[in-house]
Write a protein that binds this ligand. Sequence first.
Ligand code: SAH
Length: 376
Amino acid sequence: MTEVDKSAQSQVTSIPPLLGASLAELTEWVQQQGQPAYRGRQLHQWIYQKGARSLTEISVFSKQWREVVADVPIGRSTLHYRSPSPDGTVKYLLRLADSHIIEAVGIPTFTRGGEEAWDGWEDNPSQQAKSKERLTVCVSSQVGCPMACDFCATGKGGFIRNLKRHEIVDQVLTVQEDFGQRVSNVVFMGMGEPLLNLDAVLGAVKSINQDVGIGMRSLTISTVGIPGRIRQLAEHHLQVTLAISLHASNQALRERLIPTAKRYPLEALLDECREYVQLTGRRVTFEYILLAGLNDLPEHAIELAGHLRGFQSHVNLIPYNPISEVDYQRPTPRRIQNFVEVLEKQHIAVSVRRSRGLEKDAACGQLRASKIAQPV
Ligand code: SAH
């Protein structure tokens, strides 16, 4: 490559991708390029509704202008691997512009009022008939994750980098296009810790809401908790659902499962969650992974209930999805039911998340770990 080629290439790669930009931003950009304002609306439609991957394919633009802006990236990923499960769930490995691989999941869900259709409802045939009506996308917010939770496949693989706004929005469009169905819900429960990448996550939330057209209340941000960041999120007064990966009923147990919890006492975490409820008026979901013999005993349920009494919240129990690196066990259905009953007796709202795509590589980050080296 000559020096001239190199500088041309670095110019191209330094242009920020258009995906994630609002209608106003796209309109401003086309005008800066000497185009009329209405081209902004066309560009918005081609990016968010028609799935354009390159400006050269936008046939309503003049051929001459398309050539001028041919190298401006839209910012779509490419499919590295697609893994469908018999229950309809599809896992995707997506390749980013710098060749890193991330995971996203499409989860068809059933219509039955409430916010998180995916969380905790058993399917029955009549619901299955309507299963095409909802589609939840589980998105990643980072390549890898620095939190190193002991039961999590992503955590075992280490951290590489934060995702950019367009790389998060892209996951939603990719699943929507693959299913040929509008996405109804987005959960930030893929790879990474969203509150460590708050700016990009907030940018993506705004775009998923305003540009892709998914209601704020249908978006869930899941976090293990970073001191001060839940408050920071609350100050944006968004109507998104906050899900806290609690996973333990006391500080000692939590530190054992989540090493970063050492810097964040349980009480401090719960205080920030209370502020979130106060500032946003939204209840908080507490996720609690069930590990046999470790945190699934009746006394753990009672201890957990003690923390949450009077709190506008909901507990979502997640039976552990086995990963190869550690030796935790998933509790039996009977033990899970026991845990539910103890919580219910304590008047705690509780549901059990039905595992989707459990057949193989189900846990977050596992598919990536097993397929990263293989091409599609
Ligand atoms: N870092 C964020 C979001 C990513 S993890 C968070 O911790 O919330 C999304 C959810 O999947 C979390 O509740 C996480 O604890 C859970 N999870 C991770 N590994 C799992 C496994 N092996 N089995 C069941 N749930 C798991």
